[in-house]
Design a protein around this ligand. Structure first.
Ligand code: NAG
Ligand code: NAG
Ligand code: NAG
Length: 251
């Protein structure tokens, strides 16, 4: 894993992820998901997602590695955008920057399905690499997540993010072009335990196979269900509102 830039070793990072119930998402996770020969860019940023209860511990671990908070942005939700993100902390050691995205819920996973497109619905945990739309992502295709685009007050930021992935070779496609593939239609609900998700174990394979259910338990959830929604395929102007629901033990 290309983390040499941020920590003394990969083991340090995986240890932090494990002890803080945290995940990596964003460019680095996408980079890990794509086959090496199809990926001409290298990620320059590290985004760590963490649940609120582990934020202090994560800060402490990062400080031990020479990183200090240089900026904190609180994210306020409005009635039209119900973001799962509580705040974003930027850490730096002078030369390297790490964004820590703190979720409001009991799991680091909840912001994932509010991202701008399927291209970034991937994560790395201490044990696994996960991809929500492997059929699309592997061929550099992505569906736009309508909710942040239509309701996000940060429309221009979302557009900039989409532009970034377009410049990295992603083509944003219409649902109709791909919805014949299983689990690739915006109008069909998905869940972390359906057959469309790809899980690749990265922890020591000499040990027992780590099942997705165990990984989810470590990350504080039983399941997440989501629907991208948007204009229903072939039924314009019917509009389906997207959602993502987190199921956890506290329910
Ligand atoms: C920040 O951390 C990286 C990785 O450990 C290291 O290579 C770099 O020199 C550090 N920067 C400073 C200013 O210490
Ligand atoms: C949601 O709205 C609030 C306030 O209107 C804004 O600060 C925040 O950035 C928005 N979030 C997104 C994801 O657009
Ligand atoms: C065409 C294609 O890539 N199909 C794959 C879609 O994803 C499922 C489940 O991950 C695979 O079994 C298919 O082969």
């Amino acid at each position: 894993m290309r983390t040499a830039g941020f920590f003394s070793s990969c083991a340090v990072l995986l240890g932090i992820l494990r002890s803080c119930d945290a995940i990596i998402s964003g460019s680095l996770a996408l980079h890990m998901v794509l086959p090496a020969n199809s990926c001409a860019w290298t990620p320059s940023d590290l985004d760590i997602y963490v649940p609120l209860r582990q934020m202090c511990y994560l800060s402490m671990r990062l400080e031990c590695e020479g990183y200090n908070v240089i900026r904190e942005t609180r994210v306020e939700a409005s009635p039209y955008n119900t973001t799962a993100i509580r705040s974003i902390l930027t850490f730096s050691n002078g030369t390297h920057y790490i964004d820590v995205i703190v979720s409001k819920t009991s799991t680091a996973l909840s912001p994932l399905f509010q991202f701008h497109s399927t291209a970034v619905m991937n994560f790395i945990s201490a044990d696994t690499i996960f991809c929500a739309y492997p059929n699309l992502t592997f061929v550099h295709r992505a569906l736009i997540n309508p909710h942040p685009v239509y309701y996000g007050t940060l429309g221009f930021k979302t557009m900039a993010a989409l532009q970034k992935y377009a410049s990295r070779g992603f083509e944003f496609v219409e649902c109709e072009e791909f919805h014949h593939l299983p689990y690739s239609c915006r109008s069909i609900p998905r869940s972390l335990t359906d057959g469309g998700c790809l899980w690749v174990q990265i922890s020591d394979l000499r040990h027992d196979l780590v099942k997705p259910a165990d990984i989810l338990k470590c990350l504080g959830v039983i399941n997440v269900m989501w629907l991208l929604g948007g204009y229903v395929c072939g039924a314009y102007p019917a509009f389906l509102d997207g959602y993502s629901f987190v199921f956890n033990n506290d329910m």
